[in-house]
Design a binder for this molecule. Structure first.
Ligand SMILES: Cc1ncc(COP(=O)(O)O)c(C=O)c1O
Length: 484
């Protein structure tokens, strides 16, 4: 050790903060974050009123002068108030995000140390921590030792890399006769992935679903046969392991059989549903997931970490490398000698990337995976509970019972047309959301407008589901009174 002065806090280099300032920043941030998290149950489930004016008021030229960080922190928390409370217990909309605080601390560490994990040689141990996370996921779904994958920013990017890997495995460079098969309930990120991978919309076959919103296998087989006769090259089936609309899980075993028979790639979009394999009920529901050639799995959904973490797993990681590996002379040495050691830049689209592994690794290491399994089991229970309750409410019709944790229902009275049901259901949705204890969203099932309840936040428990039921029942009563 030399006794040179600390490099921190030298006024000639203002970007190198002093130890005192670093500590003060974290303390001041914590002084705002903890009350914010404590108040989540009391915050409106969503409040974006005045959002447009707020957004416009924030526009400014690039600052020439600095400001104290305390003022800026206050601004951030003030601006935050105008938003969906996506990390709160009442957020039952879309697919709820999580927001484990552990992950925020992991990000602080990862960003502060700012090591490079895109290339194994640059941080072998840290790259291994991320590789462990991928291995845990592969084991969890029952993938073989040949499997591998990487963490992405979310399900959309995982689906994109899956389509590209399938394309580069099954088709030649001239791939425009290649056709892709999904149910008409598939998440739109799969369609976007196909477009970004170079396929015209006309090459994407939207297969009809059965009464449980699962891809119809007869329709799939027929369409593949027709396409082959017409000279197309069917190469990819995308099954949904939990759709966004109703949480429907396609018959993954049957899709794997069809894909195998037809020599096609089978990708499962398990971005929302995949982590339910940690539970007994989920494992049964997701049977066949392990037979997919690739699958998307979003820790920022089913493992409750903050937005920005998805993953793609592939049964044969060599195919990922073949689809994504491109070399350059200026790169540090890529190691090829040991299959066990991974260079993430070789198997994924990114070169420089955040150290996403730590935000998943830390919470799992702190608690063990069973804590997550139990939390997911609780979500299954809550989803079944609210569905059973809604079934007893006069004037409500359940259109999708939970296959995982999504329920879809609408207002329907004898003799009503679809339009009447749709407008009453929209009115109910508005009335429930106006109470602000829960935030629900709607969707279309064919021409029918339905309200969805998706239970996935680790902060949602029985008390909030009771509030949800109470708000729906009271809003229904109010609507009935208005009509009489
Ligand atoms: C089933 C499904 N697939 C893919 C995605 C896309 O994931 P992301 O928003 O992380 O890109 C979503 C998002 O909600 C989803 O529900």
């Amino acid at each position: 050790m030399t006794d040179r002065p600390s490099p921190l806090g030298n006024p000639e280099h203002p970007l190198e903060l002093s130890a005192h300032t670093m500590r003060a920043m974290v303390e001041q941030a914590m002084a705002r974050i903890i009350p914010h998290i404590e108040s989540l149950p009391d915050q409106p489930a969503a409040d974006t009123s005045g959002g447009e004016a707020l957004a416009r008021s924030l526009r400014e030229p690039i600052p020439q002068q600095g400001q104290p960080f305390e003022t800026l922190f206050d601004d951030i928390f003030r601006i935050t108030r105008t938003s969906f409370t996506a990390s709160g217990p009442g957020y039952l909309a879309y697919i709820p995000g999580g927001g484990l605080f552990h992950a925020a601390v992991a990000d602080l560490i990862a960003d502060a140390i700012n090591r490079y994990v895109g290339v194994w040689a640059a941080a072998p141990g840290l790259a291994q921590l991320e590789a462990n996370v991928i291995r845990w996921f592969c084991d969890m779904v029952g993938y073989p030792a040949s499997a591998g994958g990487f963490l992405t920013s979310g399900g959309s990017l995982a689906n994109l890399s899956a389509v590209v890997t399938a394309r580069r495995t099954h088709l030649a460079d001239d791939f425009l006769r290649g056709t892709i098969y999904t149910s008409n309930q598939v998440h739109h990120s799969v369609l976007k992935a196909a477009l970004l991978a170079g396929f015209p919309t006309g090459n994407i076959r939207s297969v009809p679903v059965d009464e449980d919103f699962r891809m119809r296998l007869d329709a799939l087989a027929d369409r593949i046969a027709v396409d082959r006769r017409e000279g197309y090259q069917p190469f990819l089936v995308v099954g949904s392991a939990g759709t966004t609309n109703t949480g429907a899980v396609d018959d993954l075993t049957a899709l794997a059989d069809i894909a195998g028979r037809e020599n096609m790639w089978f990708h499962a979009d398990a971005a929302y549903g995949g982590f339910f394999v940690l539970t007994d009920r989920g494992r049964q529901r997701l049977a066949g997931l392990e037979r997919a050639d690739s699958l998307s799995l979003d820790p920022h959904k089913g493992l409750f970490v903050p937005y920005g973490t998805g993953s793609l797993l592939v049964r044969d990681r060599e195919l990922l490398a073949r689809a994504h590996g491109v070399s350059a002379d200026y790169m540090p040495a890529i190691q090829h000698h040991d299959d066990d050691l991974v260079d993430f830049c070789e198997i994924s689209p990114e070169l420089s990337r955040p150290f996403r592994g730590l935000r998943v690794w830390l919470p799992i290491k702190m608690h063990g995976i069973d804590v997550f399994a139990r939390a997911l089991d609780e979500k299954l229970d809550l989803s079944h509970w609210i569905t059973d309750q809604l079934e007893r409410v006069d004037g409500l019709e359940i259109l999708a019972r939970p296959q995982l944790t999504v329920t879809a229902f609408r207002v329907m009275r004898p003799g009503w047309s679809v339009d009447e049901a749709n407008s009453a259901t929209r009115a109910l949705l508005d009335a429930v959301n106006r109470r602000r204890r829960v935030y629900l969203t709607g969707t279309m099932l064919d021409e029918r407008f339905v309200i969805r309840i998706c239970v996935l936040s680790f902060r949602t428990h029985q008390d909030r589901m009771e509030m949800c039921l109470e708000d729906i029942v009271e809003a229904m009563d109010d609507m009935t009174l208005e009509r009489t």
